[in-house]
Design a protein around this ligand. Structure first.
Ligand code: AHG
Ligand code: MN
Ligand code: MN
Ligand code: MN
Length: 322
């Protein structure tokens, strides 16, 4: 099996980007170890703090954030970082070529139940004409990402990454301590009979999503003419990984629970990197109004509606919004 760096060189990834990717991954290996230690490391449970989005931070959210932040800011490759767990962007090296956005631990509610969690990251080139402490550097559309990926801390620790030449799967090989390529150019099946949505929010959705899901539930007696199965891991990394592996549709639609917060998922470090991975694997990643990666961001913690997965199923869903 091929090691990570030669696999990236084969895709003509520039050497400084390869070095940055290896830096991010060094932190994920440490997080993978800490996560596996669980109670033994004294890292279960919540802190007394909230992040800027009003979520109570788990101890592991904070530790994972610090690990990634430290390696990136010390590396010299990075002009600034932004994270779910940081109020605003954090400046790094003025000469750094890249900016990195990340969700240090996705699926926080799964931490204490020893279930699926992961790290999501997104890399853009740093604008040369802006200062390292200028948060506006992050106002770049997802279609300008040079790399996106996630690491899933599951039964095996898996890296799923794209640099724009397909989406590839790697597994952390603990015998030599590096990630090995296990599947090149993953392709999502275009059609599916599996959907992922938090059904408990049904009464808050807009009419088109209500109608779409109602038709899926009618099964082979309904307009779709086939039976659908439902899965919800409550961690976007886990749900997207299933979609990449065997197809499906994943959505966190707009809802009216909180008028100021119609969406749950965050554009820069959840929706954009996942969109890059899904599109590179032949899937679609949309809002009900258009392509997620074409959104011009207005702020670091901006939220967005997400409908992604198997191409034909995403199109079927969007058909209800017309
Ligand atoms: P995070 O743990 O990084 O705050 O993200 C949680 C997100 C996402 O991973 C997942 O798809 C969704 O929240 C789960 O939402 P529900 O609580 O509605 O299941
Ligand atoms: Mn969170
Ligand atoms: Mn998340
Ligand atoms: Mn998180």
């Amino acid at each position: 099996m091929q090691r990570l760096a030669p696999a990236l060189r084969q895709d003509n990834v520039p050497l400084d980007l390869i070095s940055l990717i290896k830096t991010v991954l060094a932190a994920t290996k440490e997080i993978s170890f800490r996560v596996s230690q669980a109670h033994l490391g004294g890292l279960m449970g919540s802190t007394l703090d909230e992040n800027i989005q009003g979520e109570v931070q788990k101890q592991l959210d904070v530790v994972a954030n610090q690990l990634i932040k430290d390696v990136l800011l010390e590396s010299g490759f990075v002009k600034a970082i932004s994270s779910e767990e940081e109020d605003t962007s954090v400046p790094g090296d003025e000469n750094g070529h890249f900016i990195v956005s990340f969700d240090p631990l996705d699926g926080s509610s799964n931490i204490d139940i020893n279930s699926l969690i992961g790290t999501i990251f997104s890399i853009h080139e740093a604008p040369k004409d802006m200062a390292a402490d200028d948060p506006d550097m992050f106002k770049q559309a997802g279609n300008k990402q040079v790399c996106a990926g996630y690491v899933l801390y599951g039964p095996s620790t898996m890296l799923v990454m794209t640099t724009g030449s397909g989406t590839h799967f790697y597994v952390l090989d603990r015998t030599h301590g590096g990630y090995l390529l296990v599947e090149r150019n993953v392709q999502i099946p275009q059609e599916t009979q599996e959907f992922a949505i938090n059904m408990s929010n049904q009464r808050f959705w807009q009419a088109p999503m209500q109608d779409y899901i109602a038709d899926l539930l009618k099964g082979d007696q309904g307009p779709r003419g086939k039976n659908f199965n439902m899965r919800w891991i409550a961690a976007m990394v886990g749900d997207v990984h299933r979609v990449l592996t065997r197809g499906g549709i994943f959505t966190y639609p707009a809802d009216n629970r909180n008028a100021e917060k119609p969406y749950k998922l965050r554009l820069m470090y959840e929706a954009n990197p996942m969109s890059f991975l899904i599109e590179q694997a032949g899937g679609l990643s949309m809002t009900s109004e258009g392509r997620i990666m074409d959104i011009e961001p207005s702020s670091i913690h901006q939220r967005v509606e997400v409908i992604l997965g198997s191409k034909k199923e995403v199109e079927a869903c969007l058909g209800y919004y017309k």
